[in-house]
Design a protein around this ligand. Structure first.
Ligand SMILES: [Cu+2]
Length: 158
């Protein structure tokens, strides 16, 4: 009757192997309690935070008062708003950080970006949560190799 115990142990270990790459993602509410608004220092907010692939930005604001456009570096600098309809407008906009690198976001309402500093730039680290192999994935595979050895060891015990 070792079979059932065997299956349970292998299942638990399999979960332990898979879990680290799926649960470390973090949700960041942009601006914390202030949310996505005017006259807020988003550079100060982003400073010291390390964003990883798989993390999520949550833009919170009263619907209709602001919006969120993902732009490139030059549009960020000049506060150039892309065509309407390409922005996020729900007031609770969740953006999953899919790739490493710099990400720029601006508000497209009136001159909120140009005159009232409603703009955010962050840098996303390539991370262990990346779906594709990332430069610093050595620790991930190191951990997985270790767990694979543990699973093998448990197999041999039965
Ligand atoms: Cu705005």
């Amino acid at each position: 009757m070792a079979t059932f115990t065997h299956i349970v142990v292998v299942f638990v270990l399999a979960v332990a192997v898979l879990l680290p790459s799926t649960t470390i993602a973090t949700d960041y509410v942009v601006g914390d309690d202030s949310g996505w608004t005017t006259n807020y220092d988003y550079q100060a907010w982003a400073k010291g935070k390390v964003f990883h692939v798989g993390d999520r930005l949550v833009f919170k604001y009263p619907q209709g008062v602001h919006n969120v456009f993902k732009v490139d570096g030059s549009a960020f600098a000049s506060c150039t708003v892309p065509s309407p309809g390409t922005g996020l407008t729900s007031g609770n906009d969740v953006v999953t950080l899919m790739t490493p690198g710099k990400k720029w976001y601006i508000c497209g309402v009136a001159t909120h970006c140009a005159d009232l500093n409603q703009k955010l730039v962050i840098n996303v680290d390539g991370g262990w949560a990346a779906p594709a192999p990332a430069p610093n994935s050595a620790t991930k595979y190191g951990y997985k190799s270790f767990m694979a050895i543990v699973v093998l060891a448990v197999f041999l015990m039965f």
